[in-house]
Design a protein around this ligand. Sequence first.
Ligand code: ZN
Length: 274
Amino acid sequence: MDSRTHRRSFVRSLGGGTLATMAAGAAEVEARKVLLYESTRKEFREAIESGTLKAVIVPTGSTEQHNEHLAMINDTASVTLVAQKAALLVYPKVMVATPVPVGISPHWMDRKGTLTLTRETFLAVVFEICESLQAHGVKNILVLNGHGGNVLPLRQSVPEFARKLGIRIETNSYWDAYTPEIVKKYMVSGKAPGHAAEFETSFAMAAFPERIHWEGVDYDKIKPHLRIKDPKSAIQEEEFAREAKLATAAKGEAMIDIAVKWTAGRLRQICEGG
Ligand SMILES: [Zn+2]
């Protein structure tokens, strides 16, 4: 691979390919500018020391099986995209920290490829990222989550992180944006987020179709060989595999847009101390 090809695929893997620039208010903003990990220390220092930077998002995802057709990085990629787009809407007040790419996924360990952290390790990583940000003067953090297994541990622990560090830290999953009415309106299956089903496949079709691989997938044929331990989980997975066929890019776009605007609203609240 030559260096130009490498550069291109690297940019795409960051979600930068579809987000070269985006309007924030009247000006065109380079999408990189809201990513802490794509900024230089000079850019970050100037943003924090001038008081322009009010809050940082810490995205948390997973690397786990997403049935037969979706890439395992799906949750991390999804939450990072929502975080980046939301930060662009409130530019220059918010930056996105490096996402936590492995979550708490012991429930998927009987499916090949899943990586998991224990609750303690995952929470320690999130805490130490928040601690690093606090050390640099960040006063407000939104831990924005994109994986089901992380939800409860984050809800239970983030208030304690805030107390320990003496700053404001809150947590939401990006799908907290979806009221039952929204889910009913856009999802034929009536479910979001689900798992590798209608919602996540629609999201991926809209955001990163290169992470969907239907070629050679024959779920019915492979099913007996999967050796899924919990029969209930096997039934649910089969349902999700069927529901994935209901996905469209248009539904994904609508759902992403709702999550981005909702997250931007949360960020405005946090920045304004509301
Ligand atoms: Zn997922």
